[in-house]
Design a protein around this ligand. Structure first.
Ligand SMILES: [Zn+2]
Length: 238
């Protein structure tokens, strides 16, 4: 149920545009102020285009499409940047980065690894696609075997969940954030030790403590040095 994408899949669009977020009852948890504002921006645009987006899911039945629309208002989004599921540990193995995940059972929560999206220079429409992809999982859409490993099994990109995400990106680029309005997501990632952070996945070390990136493993400290973590204190390199 992880949503994993190749890094640097989308080009960076540098031009920013202000979008006024409409009133929203969306329940957003565990996000910092930057990610919350970006998710609210995207969610407001998605809500305006929910019927048009779902209309693009032509391979679904009308009943399925109606259900997706009905459940839209119940959507809940959590930023899970501090959880292991958003960790970047496997990036070195396969070049993939986790951008979100959803629970397979009943539930309306979509989990976003916001700063992994930032790190990959992804855009507002990437976030739209990510949310619809994970909503596909949350709503129980069928997924292909090896769904989480599209690099080795590219045929999985034709399953219902990937198709929903991709159709939502297309709707976004056509009618939500057109052209350069589909700008890079705001926020800072790939931060060095000592840099200010609010979420673990902003740091190269994947550890943020007391507002600063700190070491997690010896390898974060460079050769010959060790990461020391006192029981009551801040991890540091020695
Ligand atoms: Zn998925």
């Amino acid at each position: 149920m992880l949503h994993r994408i190749a890094r640097f899949m989308w080009p960076l669009c540098a031009l920013a545009m202000t979008i006024s977020a409409g009133a929203s009852a969306l329940d957003i948890d565990k996000c910092d102020s930057t990610s919350k504002a970006e998710i609210q921006t995207v969610h407001a645009a998605m809500t305006k285009r929910v019927n048009a987006t779902v209309a693009r899911f032509t391979w679904l039945t009308e009943k399925q499409r109606d259900e997706l629309k009905e459940k839209w208002s119940k959507l809940k989004i959590d930023c899970e940047d501090d959880r292991n599921k958003c960790s970047k540990d496997s990036v070195a193995d396969d070049g993939l980065i986790i951008t979100g995940f959803a629970h397979g059972g009943l539930g309306n929560t979509v989990n976003v690894c916001y700063y992994n999206l930032v790190e990959a220079n992804l855009t507002l429409c990437s976030l739209v696609g990510n949310i619809w992809h994970e909503k596909g999982h949350a709503d129980g859409m069928p997924k292909a075997f090896h769904h989480n490993n599209p690099a080795k099994h590219p045929e999985v990109l034709n399953d219902d969940v990937y198709r929903m995400g991709n159709a939502a990106v297309a709707e976004c680029k056509a009618s939500m954030f057109v052209g350069t309005a589909d700008r890079a997501l705001k926020g800072r990632a790939l931060l060095a030790l000592g840099a200010s952070c609010s979420k673990e996945s902003q740091c190269n070390s994947a550890k943020c403590k007391d507002g600063k990136c700190v070491c997690k493993r010896d390898s974060d400290c460079g050769s010959g040095r060790k990461c020391k973590e006192p029981v009551f204190g801040t991890p540091h390199c020695e």
